[in-house]
Design a protein around this ligand. Structure first.
Ligand code: SF4
Ligand code: SF4
Length: 302
């Protein structure tokens, strides 16, 4: 399939009706590489011109930074230039159960969905784009825990030399060595940093964990997709400022020239095309992991 590569977001046709949720990541404090408010403003105008009622939406994070709470995320959204739009940060206690997946109610109840995704590298899935935005991005905290759970570290006391490296490496303070080794992994987003930094292999991932986790991502994406007919969803991938890690991380290096935008109702198709474009432009990401993710997502979303 050949895709139109848009160099300007205003050239993308957006004809969606009713309350139109624009689902996007509005950026982690200190990381300016998120989708630009200017692009969002163009989309908002286009949707309104066609009779739709656009609003911006995102869910709160599993890890405890500013976007962990609705109020904290609202502040970040204002700080990052999204204050002029209607922004709804979904509440964690309001969801719709779709095949066991807790989809944020604000998204589930929208009439149409624009899935606006910034394409980046990703620690867990190799590349993060539309499927990642649809799965992890559209569910409440319980749903996020379910996707991350299989990839969380497993601790082997016999191999541990109590060096404290993992304590220093965990960005969220989930590991402590005071009065013995303690791991509190309830909200661990399975970033793998402690595992890769442990010098003795005392922290590891269980065999088969990656496949289990990727299947949970794909099932969550499938549940969200069930809520929207094909003419009620448009996925837009922004291939600008493509960084090594996702917008949740601290700023990471840009790894590829700006490419443009892709748009399609099918999130998997534009993710596959995004990966192809990144590779052909020399972006060095963990493509082996992405290909495993793509394979599992394709089998679930077929
Ligand atoms: S995977 Fe390890 S480093 Fe990452 S958040 Fe979980 S406990 Fe912390
Ligand atoms: S990094 Fe590994 S060896 Fe060091 S304290 Fe943590 S688990 Fe133990």
């Amino acid at each position: 399939m050949s895709y139109i590569l848009y160099d300007d977001i205003r050239n993308i046709q957006v004809e969606l009706a009713g309350r139109v949720a624009i689902k996007l990541h509005m950026g982690e404090r200190g990381n300016p590489n998120h989708v630009s408010p200017k692009d969002v403003g163009i989309l908002v105008e286009k949707i309104a011109e066609n009779g739709g009622e656009p609003f911006l939406v995102d869910t709160t994070t599993l890890y405890k930074r500013e976007r962990y709470t609705v109020q904290g995320y609202e502040q970040v959204a204002r700080k990052h230039g999204f204050g002029e739009f209607e922004v709804v940060i979904a509440r964690d206690d309001e969801w719709l159960d779709v095949d066991g997946v807790k989809v944020a109610k604000t998204i589930a109840e929208a009439d149409s969905l624009v899935l606006l995704s910034h394409v980046t590298g990703h620690l867990t899935t190799g590349m993060g784009a539309a499927i990642k935005n649809l799965s992890m991005g559209c569910v409440v905290k319980d749903g996020k825990r379910r996707m991350h759970a299989p990839m969380r570290p497993v601790y082997d006391e016999l191999r541990c030399i109590r060096c404290g490296t993992c304590v220093k490496t965990c960005p969220f303070g989930f590991i402590s060595l005071q009065s013995g080794m303690k791991l509190d992994l309830t909200d661990c987003p399975a970033c793998q940093r402690c595992i890769t930094s442990c010098p003795t292999g005392a922290l590891r991932v269980q065999p088969g964990a990656m496949a289990k986790s990727f299947r949970e991502f794909a099932l969550a994406a499938s549940s969200v997709l069930k809520l929207f007919k094909k003419d009620e969803i448009l996925c837009i991938n922004s291939l600008l400022k493509i960084t090594r890690y996702c917008d949740c991380s601290s700023p990471s290096p840009v790894i590829c020239k700006d490419i443009g935008y892709l748009a399609d109702p099918d999130p998997l198709k534009i993710d596959v095309e995004s990966a192809r474009l990144l590779k052909s432009n020399g972006a060095k990401l963990d493509w082996q992991t992405w290909e495993k993710f793509e394979e599992i997502a394709s089998s679930v979303l077929k």
